[in-house]
Design a binder for this molecule. Structure first.
Ligand code: ZN
Ligand code: ZN
Length: 216
């Protein structure tokens, strides 16, 4: 999707009505019953409010159909199809302009997620806590992958995961519970506990916290 958007952004399409360059927009979602849709996730649209097609369209639609609306020139990428598309107001499509920077960010995150999921298979032998934490702490990652990542916390046996995992607010309570159970096991197998006053890790046998000096 990103590579296609980048390719389309390189293309120059001009409006035959006003000669202004068309803008790349995300195609609006089609409702069931509207037919096959646009056949493309992107559309080139003339967003020029001074475009003669758009300016004259209001009166035309009023006269023909008796309601408020106008037309914008639209072209479907990778095809010679173009349409006068009916719009209900000035702002139609202005909110669906393709934002490459945010698409790149989404794509980066997705690539990282894919890499982290692939790394799970060998994370214990490689001591790869990073991939496990990335998935658990990424609310956009697939829940089943995040739950799978939790199962590697105890075998990885690395207490440095405790701090970031405790400080995260989980949207899914099942996941949160699984994390807490894993952390308790991890603490137990390292003969550690968390100080109830300062949350630092201390020996489970300790009677006084070495960090905050409080009696336990
Ligand atoms: Zn135009
Ligand atoms: Zn303490």
């Amino acid at each position: 999707m990103l590579s296609r958007a980048l390719k389309y952004l390189e293309e120059k399409h001009t409006c035959p009505h006003c000669k202004q360059e068309l803008s790349l927009c995300h195609a609006p979602p089609m409702h069931v019953g509207d037919g096959l849709g646009w056949g493309s996730e992107f559309l080139f649209v003339c967003l020029n409010d001074e475009c003669p097609l758009f300016v004259k369209g209001w009166k035309y639609i009023e006269d023909q159909y008796g309601h408020v609306g106008s037309y914008r020139h639209m072209e479907i990428p990778d095809s010679n199809e173009n349409y006068n598309m009916m719009v209900a107001g000035h702002d139609a499509f202005k909110g669906s302009l393709v934002d490459v920077e945010s698409m790149k960010k989404q794509n980066d995150r997705f690539q990282k997620e894919k890499k982290a999921v692939a790394a799970l298979d060998t994370c214990v032998e490689k001591g790869d806590l990073e991939s496990v934490l990335f998935l658990i702490l990424d609310e956009h990652a697939k829940l089943s992958d995040r739950k799978r990542a939790v199962t590697y916390l105890v075998p990885l046996n690395d207490v440095s995961c405790i701090e970031p995992l405790r400080n995260f607010s989980y949207r899914d309570t099942d996941l949160e519970q699984a994390v807490n159970m894993a952390l308790n096991k991890l603490l137990a197998q390292n003969f550690l506990k968390e100080c109830p006053f300062c949350s630092e890790l201390i020996k489970s046998r300790a009677k006084v916290c070495k960090h905050c000096q409080k009696d336990l």
